[in-house]
Write a protein that binds this ligand. Structure first.
Ligand SMILES: Cc1cc2nc3c(=O)[nH]c(=O)nc-3n(C[C@H](O)[C@H](O)[C@H](O)COP(=O)(O)O)c2cc1C
Length: 213
């Protein structure tokens, strides 16, 4: 048996740059295509807190993490009622410079959600795959459904739109997140994790420090 301490070294002063570096390394293990999920927790009137997996879609022009959703789903309604959120990324296979495998967790703590203007979602809609575009038109998220009914609706929609562009539904939208803290945790096999936390200061600058795991 063995034990050691993980150490996060040479981290940039800007947390978004750090996040990008880690994502880039995580993507190297998937040359044929890489999708990064994130866990989004929101305040929910009925359940107190509610979390779910959503797809990380990248960074906005002002360097905020964003994701895409529909106005009829609960996560949208939650964020509209209370924009406070927490996001967790888990990247289990990130090689360091020596080629050693590490797991990373990146958390956006005390994040405030801001909805992107509809004008910015046009380009995103155009890039959605066909299934996502059809889902945007036919799925009553969270409501009980009958598979055969939904399949009939799907097949009809597909038939009616073959070879034609599918219009962006009014429900299609995206949220970006402005966190108060970024928390980076790194751990390898038989190691005690190290964490680096960036805390937003009153002057808008990030203060970074190692924190105990
Ligand atoms: C891999 C994966 C990616 C997902 N991506 C999204 C997404 O980008 N946006 C979204 O609204 N739901 C996404 N979902 C579905 C959500 O997890 C969730 O089931 C749905 O949004 C309804 O959840 P809610 O009622 O808590 O809002 C994804 C699910 C999985 C498994």
């Amino acid at each position: 048996m063995t034990s050691s301490l993980a150490k996060i070294e040479d981290f940039p002063s800007d947390p978004v740059e750090f996040f990008k570096e880690i994502l880039q390394e995580a993507a190297k293990g998937h040359p044929d295509g890489f999708m990064q999920e994130m866990n989004l927790a929101t305040v929910d009137e009925e359940f107190g807190v509610l979390n779910r997996t959503v797809l990380y879609r990248g960074l906005t022009q002002d360097n905020c993490v964003f994701y895409i959703t529909h106005r009829y789903v609960r996560n949208f309604k939650n964020l509209q009622a209370n924009p406070k959120a927490c996001i967790t990324f888990y990247m289990p296979d990130v090689k360091d410079k020596a080629g050693i495998q590490n797991s990373w967790q990146v958390r956006l703590i005390g994040a405030t959600a801001v909805e992107l203007p509809q004008s910015e979602t046009d380009a995103l809609w155009a890039k959605e795959n066909l299934a996502a575009q059809i889902r945007g038109h036919i799925c009553p998220c969270g409501e009980p459904i009958n598979y055969d009914d939904l399949k009939a609706r799907h097949d009809q929609f597909l038939e009616d739109h073959r070879g034609k562009p599918i219009e962006k539904p009014a429900s299609y939208t995206a949220w970006k997140f402005q966190p108060q803290r970024w928390d980076f945790l790194k751990v390898g096999l038989d190691q005690i994790a190290d964490r680096v936390q960036y805390r937003l200061q009153k002057d808008g600058k990030w203060e970074s420090m190692h924190v105990s795991t």
